[in-house]
Design a protein around this ligand. Sequence first.
Ligand code: ADP
Ligand code: MG
Length: 635
Amino acid sequence: MALLTIHEPGQTPLPHEEERKLAVGIDLGTTNSVVAMSRNEKSEVLRNADGGSAIVPSVVHYATDGTVTVGEDARDLIDSEASQVVSSVKRLMGRGLEDVKSVAGTLPYHVEIPETPTDANAAEPQMVRLNVGNRVLTPVEVSADILRTLKSRAEQALEQDVEQAVITVPAYFDDAARTATKDAAKLAGIEVLRLVNEPTAAALAYGLDNGAEGLYAVYDLGGGTFDISLLKMQKGVFQVKSTGGDAALGGDDFDHVIVETILAARKEQGIVDTIDSSAAKRLLKIARAIKEALTDQDQVDVAVDINDAETTHRVTRADFDAMIAPMIARTVSITEQVLDDADILPEDVKGVVLVGGSTRVPAVREAVASLFEQEPLSNIDPDEVVAVGAALQAEALTGGSDNLLLDVIPLSLGLETMGGIVEKVIDRNTPIPVAKGQEFTTYQDGQSAMMIHVVQGEREMVDQCRSLARFVLSGIPPMAAGAARIRVTFQVDADGLLTVSAREETTGVEQEVAVKPTYGISENDMANMLRDSMVHARDDMELRLLTEARVEARRNILAVQAAMKADVELLDDEDTAAINAAVAELEAAMQGDDRQVINDLAEALDTASRPFAEKRMDRGIRRALAGQNVNNVSP
Ligand code: ADP
Ligand code: MG
């Protein structure tokens, strides 16, 4: 129930002012997209004018005359005009050229990869471009075309302008992919009220935010991707505890295995098929129809005609189940792994939500039910549930309901410090929006600039995390090492997007960057980063301690050498020899990997330089006293 609002006396808005802008929820999927709308916490998916399907295939056709077609009609052209059709563009969102090289071969259109290799740390991300028909497009533009179609579908269904939306993104989408999604919305004339994680939206659709606190699992098997997320619901906040998946496993693979089975049966009948790409696409279409029919039927009969050789085939539910068993088993083992990593037993999970068209397959449901020993929630259509949750969130954000969802950042944000160590500023799973600051100082005397390198990830070392941005805080007045006070503030808005500012507190010198991350991480890498961080936790800690030991040792050497230069007159030959020998030994140890040896030799340097340090201290005291009136000094 929506809460009734009470206004200040005399401030009650006139009825026409109550008319609010409508905001919709959008599931911008890899295979299919859906738009939904919620009123009074009742949501419905929006269909096209003839009341047909709510699903809009995420496929765009670019005709040579400039006409853009999105959805079912574009999908029908995949066979005949493959080079003018873009599908699965979500896989390219926020990706750098390096990642794209690895998927380029699997995409039906040409991906342009420029000659010059891009610098991974370049300030401006190099976006991928697609050659489609006679146009060159970025993934952001293609996504914008899909979003435009969803917007106009909503406007037709609601007979009203729609300018705002909540859009969902996979939980593992990083800053770059989220930024790219927001950019696409902006291009399509949509103001993004909030980006919400897909599993979180699905949980919202089931009202789990109103339900008991606890752990929930969201099992999402779509067209080309599998994602499993564990959500923890506590005090109105959903935390993504753990995610896992396979970016190349989904319903499309079910279609492929049906095609293989049909071709094998034809071969057995002595038919030698040569399959060109148009025949392959036709077969895949037949296979998808068989698969979808088997969700409600026990068997399907089809006729297949390739090069005038016609065969008939009967595929039973049992045949199909056997074909896809290895793929289902893979989703189960990934899920078990994710539970295991998070130290959670299947019976600790309070509810399981099914998402994605492929969870309609009965064998998939059975596998999930038996893994979690409970019936999964499934009374909302699995291909609509994410959009429904997004619509509820859109209503909450515009309708002033207090039912606001808090989301969390998926991966920790931090800064590079000396020696390539990551200092985390905001930890993973911190509810957003959030702002956090941390103070840093300079490393060398007179240091006038500082490189601020922002990274995202769970690992201890910079090169194992994702580099998001670099900027230089310059104009720091010359001070002794350690005297400057540089406050670096990280601000993450409700969409998970980051702004970093740095300020030298004693002088007020300040710089700020909105983090436009370097586009360059693969979907699997992202999901793996989380798991890696757990697997490598111990090695990482060891490496971190070693690096810290080296940094500390270097700091000691620099300090001693600076003092030797400054107070050369206090040094005798014996001191100099002892210190230089200790420095040389320590430097040699710093080349090695033994943290204990480095620490011991740093100690030794300290001991060797003690006589010199004492002389400096004595002189310091004498100097301090030198300004005093003789009378004030006791004899
Ligand atoms: P995505 O999230 O990847 O954009 P969806 O969640 O819409 O995609 O899932 C699309 C997949 O679901 C396709 O492989 C499609 O064939 C499959 N699918 C849709 N309906 C059914 C059904 N009734 N039975 C089996 N699979 C289905
Ligand atoms: Mg989906």
